[in-house]
Design a protein around this ligand. Structure first.
Ligand SMILES: [Zn+2]
Length: 281
């Protein structure tokens, strides 16, 4: 298994290297993955947190004049806070879909804005590679995945993770959009997934199928619980997330709310917000 020690650039394939940021945690697993794509011309996918040592490791691993693009999967602080510092060190072009106007400062981290707004379907062309940009809202409204054409590798950001759960946190997180994004990714022929957190996933087809199945199962559990009786989000979490550590119950509640909002839009349940009582329509 390639090295996951923070600060060490490890080669995952001829074109891809990874440096894990020193921000391990409940939501970030071993830390945020920063990917370096290319050799002559490098695109950095997700600078990670605003950590001087980590940004130095990125610049040091790729001789500063070669970093041409800073690509951001989404605005969350563990992925984007280092953008400004990496920009100062490299003057590379920042390409992102966000941050969304509604993003809180505490969410989006240090001040940054894209030099150019990413377009769904565009291809960023390095000398020896092409990265297709896929707008994949769900985890965040500005979420992007990047598809490396030469190796058929997909950089999934937080849409698909390894070892941790993708949280869908409304209002910026959107369960219906998330499921549509997963279905879109399933249509691609892929060799591997490089997630925003955790190690490389080598069976994209099975993993993506599991992700969709897991969400459908949750949705069914919620509908079943509501059929048994009207419930608040906290009751649903206690009933459904029996195997999930207490510490994650708040985040689980956000995902339950996201499911409820999707079901409400479909006319299948009624309720108002995280504090109200929900019931089947
Ligand atoms: Zn993340």
């Amino acid at each position: 298994m390639p090295d996951m020690t923070p600060g060490v650039a490890s080669a995952l394939s001829p074109l891809v290297r990874r440096i894990v940021a020193p921000n391990p945690g409940l939501m970030t697993g071993p830390g945020t993955n920063t990917y370096l794509v290319g050799i002559d011309e490098v695109a950095v996918i997700d600078p990670g947190p605003d950590d001087a040592g980590h940004i130095e490791a990125i610049v040091g691993a790729s001789m500063r004049e070669r970093i041409r693009w800073i690509l951001v999967t989404h605005h969350h602080i563990d992925h984007s806070a280092g953008v400004a510092r990496l920009k100062r060190a490299t003057d590379a072009e920042i390409v992102a879909f966000g941050p969304p106007k509604s993003a809180a400062k505490s969410d989006a981290g240090a001040d940054w804005a894209p030099d150019r707004k990413a377009q769904d379907g565009e291809v960023i062309e390095g000398t020896e590679w092409g990265l297709e940009v896929l707008h994949t809202p769900g985890h965040a409204s500005d979420h992007l995945c990047f598809f490396l054409e030469e190796e058929r590798v997909l950089f999934t950001g937080d849409t698909v993770l390894s070892g941790t759960t993708a949280v869908i946190n409304p209002p910026d997180g959107d369960m219906a959009a998330y499921l549509q994004s997963l279905e879109r990714l399933r249509k691609r022929r892929l060799t591997r997934l490089c997630p925003g957190h955790g190690d490389v996933l080598d069976e994209p087809k099975a993993i993506l199928a599991d992700y969709v199945a897991h969400r459908i199962e949750r949705e069914n559990q919620i509908l079943e619980a509501l059929t048994a009786g009207p419930s608040k989000v906290t009751d649903l979490v206690a009933k459904i997330y029996v195997d999930t550590p207490e510490a994650l119950h708040d985040m689980a509640g956000r995902s339950v709310l996201a499911h409820l909002q999707k079901l409400k839009a479909e006319g299948r349940v009624s309720g108002r917000d995280v504090n109200s009582v929900w019931k089947v329509a």
